[in-house]
Design a protein around this ligand. Structure first.
Ligand code: ACO
Length: 323
């Protein structure tokens, strides 16, 4: 008998305000055509004034718990991937814990920027496999609109706010790739690449800072590293591209998504794409895409899914799971 961390609920939340590309034409030397052609993004959601990352995360979590049919107090651990926590401390995860009325278990944040959800899933899986938790709520939530330099057209048009959540539960499997649940994880980071994607502020510098990115350099690393980590995760899981039903990639840029699928030898018909509607929501993008795709009826129970992401650090990774 093998223990597997199986998805039993998915949910998401997007702030009400939708901002189309045309909005940026009013204040920047940019165009809807440029943004669509270079990134695939058509619109994104921005949080309202006073709407916090923990608020978005709480709403996504409630939707995932409802789908799983359980109460927050049946959760043993809450793992929240974010780079835009409400406060320096306590963790946004403990704020969500309180919002949900969850008075037992433990909660903590994971910070791996856009790879955050892959890191959070890997942590949650380890908690379940080691027997430390039977049910884990895994959330990705971000308010990247708070760290945008609105005068920098090369970054501020690319990002959005949102949250997605999964409930993972320990279930018995056969130890084969046919099992439902997380089949493998593969994580990497390389801090030498700090300067190509970072925020130029933080607690120790006593500023909040803004996101800074050398887009072309990030792009150069992305496709190669994403395809390599996805292939490594598939090998660990004992599956091949022929077995894959869906790639659910981090939604940063349609050209990165297409390039990675091509390098993996998979057609775009097998790729879940939401970047046109959400922009890049960093750690929230994968759970958002999973929840939206499940709601659309694109992904169904039993489907084999590969998720992959890369972001600041650089940090990157992939997770193979059967829905
Ligand atoms: N509107 C119009 N022109 C623009 C804009 C804009 N919003 N932004 C940049 N430009 C200009 C540039 O100034 C440049 O002009 P120049 O040639 O006169 O100097 C020209 O467009 C081309 O700029 P490039 O940076 O070479 O454009 P590129 O084709 O590389 O596209 C982009 C830029 C979209 C940022 C691309 O490099 C990219 O997607 N990179 C990966 C970034 C990414 O995905 N980051 C997130 C991953 S990690 C994470 O999720 C945090």
């Amino acid at each position: 008998m093998t223990i597997r961390a199986v998805v039993t609920g998915a949910g998401h939340y997007l702030p009400e305000r939708v901002v189309p590309n045309s909005e940026f034409e009013k204040s920047l030397d940019t165009s809807d055509e440029w943004i669509r052609a270079r990134s695939g993004i058509e619109r994104r959601h921005f949080a309202a004034e006073g709407e916090l990352t923990s608020d978005l995360a709480t709403k996504a979590a409630r939707n995932a718990l409802a789908q799983a049919g359980i109460d927050a107090n049946q959760i043993d651990a809450l793992v929240l991937a974010t780079s835009t926590a409400d406060l320096t401390f306590p963790s946004a995860a403990t704020m969500v814990q309180a919002n949900l009325g969850m008075t037992r278990g433990f909660a903590f944040d994971v910070q791996a920027v856009c790879a955050g959800f892959a890191y959070a899933l890997s942590n949650a899986n380890a908690l379940i496999l080691s027997g430390q938790a039977k049910r884990v709520l895994v959330i990705g939530a971000e308010t990247f609109s708070r760290i945008m330099d609105w005068t920098d057209r090369s970054t501020c048009v690319l990002f959005g706010d949102g949250a997605g959540a999964l409930v993972l539960e320990a279930q018995e499997g056969q130890g084969t790739p046919e099992d439902r649940g997380i089949l493998s994880t593969d994580l990497h980071s390389d801090g030498r690449h700090r300067d190509i994607l970072y925020v130029d502020g933080g607690v120790s510098t006593q500023t909040t800072g803004y996101l800074r990115m050398q887009g072309r350099e990030v792009f150069r690393h992305a496709i190669e590293k994403l395809a390599a980590t996805a292939n490594a995760a598939m090998e660990k899981a004992g599956v091949t591209t022929d077995d894959v039903d869906w790639i659910v990639p981090h939604q940063a840029n349609i050209r990165i998504i297409q390039g990675t699928a091509k390098k993996m030898g998979l057609p775009m018909a097998k790729v879940v794409v939401t970047v046109q509607d959400h922009g890049n929501t960093s750690a929230a993008s994968i759970p958002l895409a999973l929840s939206v795709a499940s709601e659309r009826g694109q992904i169904a129970p039993g489907d084999l899914i590969v998720t992959e992401a890369i972001g600041g650090g650089l940090a990157w990774g992939a997770v193979v799971l059967r829905w």
